[in-house]
Structures are given as structure tokens and as C-alpha cells.
Design a protein around this ligand. Structure first.
Ligand code: ADP
Ligand code: ASP
Ligand code: MG
Length: 406
């Protein structure tokens, strides 16, 4: 007998038939003698709609009220799944974040989980009851509802698995595992039987939405065994494991893309000490994260500085930089949201040279211009025009020999 946390994403609970399907899956695990807790997302599309309503009313809305609104999607699905389970003869009870409670910090809209009290859930699981817990939401220090950032139900599931000391955390979604790249863009992407925490973390952080970044971070830290699998098909999924559990390590294991970034260029900035500190200090104080950065070689004491910020932060970044214009002393501020970040990831890069070169050559052959480059120990990322996203991902997938046999 094991204790399992099963998490179902938005497409898996998109309508009543799918909720019934989820109930049958849960019932099977219960009948196999396991203790089960379930985490669910909102029905597909619901959170997007809720976010849009907030934005349409006021682009710079109060983050506390945003959380009040966007957390409601999960309240509906926990109730519906509990009803569906009961209809299947399974003892089940719904739990909102505050009822568990799932305690978070007060960063509304992107709160961090601080503690989960698992004792009551464990007691009920031992009695054979299935707790159905709302993903994405928690309760902050001010006793108000918080949310964990988009895709945050994965984090809820992993944090819950750690809190109840589950043997496994199964993430059910609309693909049957983690692939070498998004299978919706590259039909010849290959499913990975296993992937290391490190690589999954890097892939998630550069855009592979199959698992939310912080959920992987937490799974790695707490040693939670995560499996990604399909809620529609009966096949083993992908296990996220320690590096040393992977026998053959390819140099590049995956390719990811993100259209969530925007490029900012400050033209003709004074080339002197303190300028970067003024630019990035102002952005940091406004809570704007900066990702890739390049600064060109200066001429006549002036230089261009280019960096990326999240698209959602672009308006705020422009506002902050305009206000700091005098201190920084740039001539023009150019903003370009029509960019995509393409990244290749692999632990094998630590010991292999030439990985970046293969990337640059493959992109050049397709006539794709590279605007910004950044690297880490196991990753190379480039910024390209958004219109090249699919072409670049496919070209790189082929260039690194990742295509499945035709
Ligand atoms: P859920 O609603 O179940 O949380 P998501 O839409 O958040 O599902 O994540 C699943 C999606 O992630 C897939 O439909 C797929 O398009 C996308 N994806 C991106 N990169 C990958 C990858 N490397 N492997 C598998 N899926 C990926
Ligand atoms: N419903 C939330 C979202 O769409 C959380 C999740 O699905 O993981 O972002
Ligand atoms: Mg998701």
C-alpha cells in the first residue's frame, strides 16, 4: 500500500465527462488499497477568463482582489470532483486552501508556500477518505486568500505530497509525459522515460509548461518522486528522478521556448560605472525580474544596453525606466514584445564543447537572426523574432538528433 497524491490539470477536468473520468481513475487507486489525496486545477480556460476580467476592469488592479477572483476556479472543481467520487461510491471531501490550511507568504498573485498542516488530511486518508484539495491557492499571513502564480497547481500537489509524506506525486495532464520538446510544436518529439530534477527544472524555467518551475524546485529539495502522465491514456509516464538514476545521458535532452518575454533596449547609455546599477536597481525595486542582458561595446563613451523582462511586466518596466531617465541618461527606450526565447538544455553540456555552436549554426542555416544570447552550466538560450518560434524549435530538435524515427 502506498500513499499517493494525484494532480489533475485544467484539460483533465474541463467538463463533467472528464471529471467522471478523473473520479474513475481515483477510484481505481483507492480500490488497489492506496491512500489517495487529489489536487485539481480549474476547468480549462476558466482561470484565463478570471484573469482577463480583472485586467479589463483595471490593468493595475489590487493583487489581493485578483487572488479573490482567480482562486474561485478551483473551488468549483473540488466540489464537483467530490460529488463525482461520492457518486462512484468513494468517500471524498473537498478542501479549499485555507481549510487545510496551506499557508503562504503575502506575495499576492505569486505567493510562496510556507507550511502545510498535513495531519488532518493524513488522518482522513487512513480512514479511507479521499481529500480533494484546491490547487493554486493558499492563505496568507493576513488571513486572505493567495494564489501561487500561473500553473501553480503543480506546486500545490508537490507541496502536499511532501507534507503528507506521499510515496508518489502523479501529475496527470493532456500529454503522456515529458518530451524532448513540446509535442504540439514538434510531432517527432520523443517521450522521455526519465528526466533528472536538474534538467526538468531548467526546462521548466525556460518555458516548458508541462511542470511549473517552483514545483520542480520543491520536488528536488524535498525528494518527492514526481511522475507526469496522461489522464486520458493508460501508459506509464515520465519519472522525474535523481541524475544518477539516469543511465545514458545525452548531451542535449530537451528544447524549450517561451513567448512570455519582451525585449527592452536602452539606446546610447553613458558607458561608465554605476549605470547598470541605476537601471537594474530601479527595476528590482519595482519587482520587475530581468532575465537576459547584453551590453554592446561602447563608442564615443556611449553604449546600447538590451535585456528581457516578462511581458506582463513590460508596461511597469517602461514606466520605471522613463522615471529614471535623467539618472541613467539614455537617449531612447525601445520595447519589443514580439520575441521568443529558445533554449537547449542538457546535463551533458557540462562535459561537452560545441553545443552552443551547433545551435548558432542550425539557426543561421534557417536564416534566423539571434538577438541576445545567455548561457548557464546546462543551458543555452537565444532570443529570436517571435515569428521564428516553431521553425527554430524544429530546426534545433533535428540538429541535436532528437527527432523520433519517422
Ligand atoms: P495542465 O493543465 O494539465 O497543467 P499544461 O497545459 O499546464 O497542463 O501543461 C501541459 C502542456 O505542456 C502540454 O499540452 C504541452 O503542450 C506543453 N509542453 C511544453 N513543453 C513540453 C514538453 N517538453 N513535454 C511535454 N509537454 C510539454
Ligand atoms: N488554474 C491555475 C492556472 O490556470 C493553476 C493551474 O492550472 O495550475 O494557472
Ligand atoms: Mg499546468
Amino acid at each position: 500500500m502506498s500513499r499517493i497524491v494525484m494532480k489533475f490539470g485544467g484539460t483533465s477536468v474541463a467538463d463533467l465527462d472528464r471529471i467522471r473520468n478523473v473520479a474513475r481513475r481515483v477510484k481505481r487507486e483507492v480500490e488497489a488499497g492506496h491512500e489517495v489525496a487529489v489536487v485539481v486545477s480549474a476547468m480549462a480556460g476558466v482561470t484565463n477568463q478570471l484573469v482577463k476580467w480583472c485586467q479589463d476592469l483595471s490593468p493595475l488592479h489590487d493583487a489581493r482582489e485578483y487572488d479573490t477572483v482567480v482562486a474561485t476556479g478551483e473551488q468549483v472543481t473540488i466540489g464537483l470532483l467530490a460529488i463525482a467520487l461520492q457518486a462512484e461510491g468513494v468517500d471524498a471531501r473537498s478542501w479549499q486552501g485555507w481549510q487545510v490550511p496551506i499557508r503562504t507568504d503575502g506575495a499576492h498573485g505569486k505567493a510562496r508556500v510556507e507550511a502545510i498542516e498535513g495531519a488532518e488530511l493524513i488522518r482522513r486518508m487512513r480512514m479511507g477518505q479521499v481529500p480533494v484539495v484546491a490547487g493554486f491557492q493558499g492563505i496568507g499571513p493576513d488571513n486572505r486568500v493567495t494564489t501561487l502564480g500561473r500553473g501553480g497547481s503543480d506546486l500545490s500537489a508537490v507541496a502536499l505530497a511532501a507534507a503528507v509524506r506521499a510515496d508518489r506525486c502523479d501529475i496527470y495532464t493532456d500529454v503522456d509525459g515529458v518530451y524532448t520538446t513540446d509535442p504540439r510544436i514538434v510531432p517527432r518529439a520523443r517521450k522521455l522515460e526519465r528526466i533528472s530534477y536538474e534538467e526538468m527544472l531548467e526546462l521548466a524555467s525556460v518555458g516548458a509548461k508541462v511542470l511549473q518551475t517552483r514545483s520542480v524546485e520543491l520536488a528536488m529539495k524535498q525528494r518527492v518522486r514526481v511522475q507526469v502522465l496522461s489522464s486520458f491514456e493508460e501508459r506509464p509516464g515520465t519519472l522525474v528522478v535523481d541524475e544518477d538514476e539516469i543511465v545514458e545521458q545525452p548531451v542535449v535532452s530537451g528544447i524549450a521556448y517561451s513567448r512570455d518575454d519582451a525585449k527592452v533596449t536602452l539606446r546610447r547609455v553613458p558607458d561608465r560605472p554605476g549605470v547598470a546599477a541605476a537601471v537594474f536597481g530601479a527595476l528590482a525595486r519595482a519587482n520587475v525580474n530581468v532575465d537576459m542582458i547584453v551590453q554592446n561595446i561602447g563608442a564615443d563613451g556611449l553604449t546600447d544596453m538590451t535585456f528581457t523582462v516578462g511581458k506582463a511586466d513590460l508596461a511597469r518596466a517602461q514606466d520605471v525606466l522613463e522615471k529614471a531617465r535623467e539618472e541613467v541618461g539614455f537617449e531612447a527606450l525601445l520595447a519589443d514584445p514580439e520575441v521568443a526565447k529558445i533554449s537547449v538544455v542538457g546535463i551533458g553540456m557540462r562535459s561537452h564543447a560545441g553545443v552552443a555552436n551547433t545551435m548558432f549554426r542550425a539557426l543561421a542555416e534557417k536564416g534566423i537572426n539571434i538577438q541576445v544570447i545567455s548561457t548557464s552550466e546546462i543551458k543555452v538560450s537565444v532570443l529570436v523574432g517571435a515569428e521564428y518560434t516553431e521553425l527554430a524549435v524544429r530546426a534545433l530538435h533535428t540538429a541535436y538528433g532528437l527527432d523520433a524515427p519517422a
